[in-house]
Design a protein around this ligand. Structure first.
Ligand code: N01
Length: 560
């Protein structure tokens, strides 16, 4: 049966492994490592030509991490921790990719990965208790378990602007930036999008471009990164306290440490005290939490939030010379700071003081269509040699729903998620046995340090696989009730905050027709870990664990 399906694909492969893995980014690699540690066999598929995930694809100028590199590192191997030295506080994409390649080489992980291969379907045969993956290369792989390590921000979104095919210059999307060098120097460049990606790319593009035109639809808040080199001594010092760090980080809200945890509400300080505090934190810059982590109530109290937002607005007006441009860059009053992901930047607002940079407000004057030489808005025409889309992703669900995921008895992920991406803990979906997601909707994932949640989820799944193996079970399923309760809890937690207000990718508002649901879990990584631990202590509460047995009167198998 397998061979017949492989016809037409010369290099097609059939494979059986204990566990199937989709994706070879930071999550996929750690899963492969963990499975091997347990003596389980694995087969991974990766659409890219090599490892790296996000850091393989997002090669745009200025791409770098926004969590301290020393904390955006794996924690599972003391040797790895000791031997790797980061060169910058916020590592560049190329350094991150070198690190990931180093990990893949060091632990010999590539041999379980089939590259240049996109998984197209994943089907569970209840009778055989097997997942079966098919790929665009004609491969078929079967395994008892399937783990999706497909990334939260891995399905790039490009708006369907009329006339795009007529553009005569070069067109790039940041999330699929070419591997070859792109000549930017002396070019007229247009860029659409001012999210985290645009905000990182714009200052770097401006340095090289003859002229850069930025098309902004929504003004974003951003705060300075204050990136700087890391010395070998600083890395050694961090490493020397690694155990302490790792213990501490698991008790934090966001999976990141190294900044003062807020203890007071904003109104407990006088206006002068908080201004002084904001200034201090602004100067320190750095991690995402630099402004949002100043007081306890910024994410939940609109008045407190507005005071921080106003501080950033004032900074924009102080920094940008032209008051009209500053006004355009200042986010509107109805956008709470932090409700869209807060980027950190290097000279973003300063860039608008350059003579070779123009900001165009496409909310007021929307893009009508792309022309052979550039772009036309309602009232003006702009010409450039290069057009760049920094227009984001179909986040959290896009990569999963692009695969036909279902059971043979007819449960389909597309249907299960038609009213929103329900899951239990972000790890499993009721109706899809033996199927796990890393950093799925309903997990702290994108509201946390991703590598920390990757390690947490993987360890948790591995412990569960160990448990079922010892107990003689071979089927794991989240119950509908446990899933409903989790979804309701996650909704309540999010709705008690200002987070769902913005039209952000967190709620799917950037994707036409996507159901509006606040997708990540915003109850905190610490609380999430505690809940996961309690569920284990209660004998995997909310999961049905069972074992296949042959029924007396039939050759079929049934779960008991
Ligand atoms: O995507 P986004 P991103 N016409 O969706 C605009 C992570 N990340 O790639 O806001 C005009 O945030 C859109 O406008 P609007 C991080 O989690 C991390 O920048 O929808 N404009 C917006 O300005 C981040 O949050 C790092 O009105 C259009 C932009 O495109 C996430 O990835 C670095 C448009 C998209 O912003 C996504 O960030 C980079 C249209 N038709 C990214 N369609 C670090 O670790 C969309 N836009 C540092």
């Amino acid at each position: 049966m397998f061979q017949a399906s492989n016809i037409g694909h010369e290099n097609a492969d059939t494979h059986h492994a204990d566990v199937l893995v989709v994706g070879a980014g930071l999550a996929g690699l750690y899963i492969l490592y963990s499975l091997r540690q347990r003596g389980l066999t694995a087969r991974a598929f990766e659409a890219a030509s090599d490892v790296g995930g996000t850091w393989y694809w997002n090669r745009y100028p200025g791409a770098r991490v926004d969590v301290d590199s020393v904390q955006y590192s794996y924690n599972f191997s003391d040797e790895l921790i000791r031997e790797w030295v980061w060169t910058e506080k916020f590592a560049s994409q190329s350094e991150l990719l070198r690190y990931i390649n180093h990990v893949a080489d060091r632990f010999d992980l590539r041999r379980d990965i089939r590259f240049n291969t996109r998984v197209t379907s994943a089907v569970f045969d209840e009778n055989a208790n097997l997942w079966s993956l098919k790929t665009d290369q004609g491969d078929i792989a079967t395994g008892s378990y399937c783990i999706m390590a497909t990334g939260s921000l891995s399905a790039p979104f490009k708006p369907n602007l009329p006339g795009l095919e007529s553009f005569g210059g070069d067109c790039y999307q940041t999330a699929t930036w070419p591997h070859e060098e792109v000549k930017l120097s002396g070019k007229r460049i247009g860029i659409i999008g001012t999210g985290s990606t645009g905000i990182q790319a714009i200052p770097v593009l401006a340095e090289q471009a003859k002229h850069l035109t930025v098309f902004q639809r929504t003004a974003q808040y951003t705060t300075p990164a204050r990136n700087k080199p890391i010395t070998v001594e600083e890395q050694r010092e961090f490493n020397s306290c690694h155990a302490e760090y790792y213990n501490k980080v698991r008790h934090t809200f966001s999976g990141v440490t190294g900044f003062p945890i807020p203890t007071k509400c904003l109104h407990e300080d006088t206006p002068e005290e908080r201004l002084a505090y904001f200034e201090k934190r602004w100067k320190e810059g750095g991690m995402l939490q630099s402004m949002l982590g100043t007081y306890t109530d910024i994410n939940i109290n609109a008045k407190a939030n507005e005071i921080v937002a106003n501080f950033v607005r004032d900074k924009i007006h102080e920094t940008v010379n032209d008051p009209e441009v500053a006004a355009l860059l200042a986010p509107s009053k109805d956008l709470p700071i932090g409700s869209k992901r807060l980027p950190i930047d290097t000279d973003y607002y300063e860039t608008y003081n350059r003579k070779n940079v123009t900001l165009v407000d496409v909310r007021r004057d929307p893009i009508e269509h792309i022309t052979p030489t550039g772009l036309k808005t309602g009232s003006a025409e702009y010409n450039f040699d290069i057009l760049i889309f920094a227009t984001g992703f179909d986040a959290m669900t896009g990569a999963l729903l692009a695969i036909d995921i279902r059971t043979e008895s007819g449960a389909r992920l597309q249907d299960l998620w038609s009213q929103g991406p329900d899951s239990y803990l972000g790890l499993m979906v009721a109706g899809l046995p033996n199927f796990f997601i890393i950093n799925g909707p309903g997990s702290p994932s994108v509201k946390s340090n991703m590598i920390i949640t990757i390690e947490h989820h993987t360890d948790w799944i591995m412990d569960l696989l160990d448990y079922v193996s010892v107990k003689g079970f071979d089927r794991i399923e989240a119950t509908k009730q446990a899933q409903n309760d989790w979804v309701e809890h996650a909704r309540e937690v999010a709705e008690a905050t200002l987070m769902p207000i913005a039209d952000s990718w967190y709620v799917g508002a950037n994707i036409p027709g996507k159901k509006r649901v606040y997708m990540p879990y915003f109850g905190g990584f610490d609380r999430y870990c505690k809940t996961c631990d309690e569920i284990v202590a209660d004998g995997y509460r909310g999961f049905t664990l069972s074992r296949l047995k042959k029924t007396k009167n039939s050759s079929n198998f049934a779960a008991e």
